[in-house]
Design a protein around this ligand. Structure first.
Ligand SMILES: [Zn+2]
Length: 269
């Protein structure tokens, strides 16, 4: 069952009762939208973009134009499938949905690798803190959460950009413990990732409900213990699906801070 709404730019937003398509969440846009098609009768209608939307009083707000936090009472949070102006989608029709499975699988591998890489980096940098800070799911100071600028999930990989500025230093992080031994940190993170990948640990996404705003958690049964992290993305179901996860770290000066980029490749079997 479908509801269609024309957007100011001429494209159309299609809302469905249920959908398998992963939408971009404006609040944490790390994983991009799935590639997908709507099957409308004999026509395959490409989904040009897929974003989280929110409806109140019959008005649809999309992405960054949503004025409230996800889950706010009185608002319905929906997945908006954006299709072209020419797409013949009629209010109330029944449609099929197809997701590009190979693109999804590549993003899932990239997202799982991203979580593993950030946990391994936090672990390696545990000794670089002079003060107590929030800990990650494995019990190490959460450098990833405290220093992150942007995190982007890519097909079979990810890119995390960390900012080592004054505020991080004030929280007790000693940048030279990373910048002074970048190749060594890279090697040691890769060694931990190799161990974890070889463990073939089970991965699951646990959810409190089937709604878009229900909390979901990524869990992974690592050899040191099971970790659990709130996450709205998609993942592999076992590290056995990955041959290798490897990071490359590099640092550069940027206005008033040093920026460290961690590129992660998650090679699938
Ligand atoms: Zn995630």
């Amino acid at each position: 069952m479908l509801h269609v709404e024309a957007l100011p730019d001429g494209r159309q937003a299609v809302l469905l009762d249920l959908t398998p398509v992963h939408p971009v969440d404006f609040a944490w846009p790390d994983q991009g939208a799935d590639r997908a098609w709507l099957q409308v009768g004999a026509d395959q209608v490409p989904v040009l973009d897929c974003v989280v939307g929110a409806v109140k009083d019959g008005r649809l707000h999309l992405g960054g134009a949503i004025p409230v936090k996800k889950g706010t009472e009185g608002w319905a949070f929906v997945v908006a499938h954006i299709v072209g102006p020419e797409a013949a989608v009629e209010e109330g029709a029944v449609v099929g949905v197809q997701v590009d499975a190979s693109h999804r699988a590549a993003l899932s591998a990239g997202h799982t690798g991203c979580h593993l890489a950030s946990l391994a980096l936090n672990r390696e940098l545990a000794g670089a803190w002079r003060k107590d800070v929030a800990l990650d799911a494995a019990g190490h100071p959460n450098f990833d959460a405290l220093a992150i600028d942007t995190s982007t999930i890519l097909p079979d990989g990810s890119r995390d950009v960390y900012r080592l500025g004054k505020s991080l230093r004030r929280r007790g992080f000693q940048p030279e413990e990373l910048l002074g031994r970048l190749p060594d940190v890279t090697d040691r993170v890769n060694a931990v990732l190799a161990q974890w990948t070889a463990s073939h640990a089970a991965v699951a996404v646990e959810r409190e409900g089937r709604g878009l705003t229900d909390l979901r958690r990524w869990t992974c049964a690592l050899p040191e213990g099971t970790v659990s992290i709130p996450c709205g993305g998609t993942h592999v179901s076992s590290l056995a699906e990955l041959v290798e996860v490897r990071v490359h770290l590099q640092a550069e000066e940027a206005a008033g801070a040093v920026v460290v980029t961690m590129d992660t490749r998650s090679l699938r079997r």
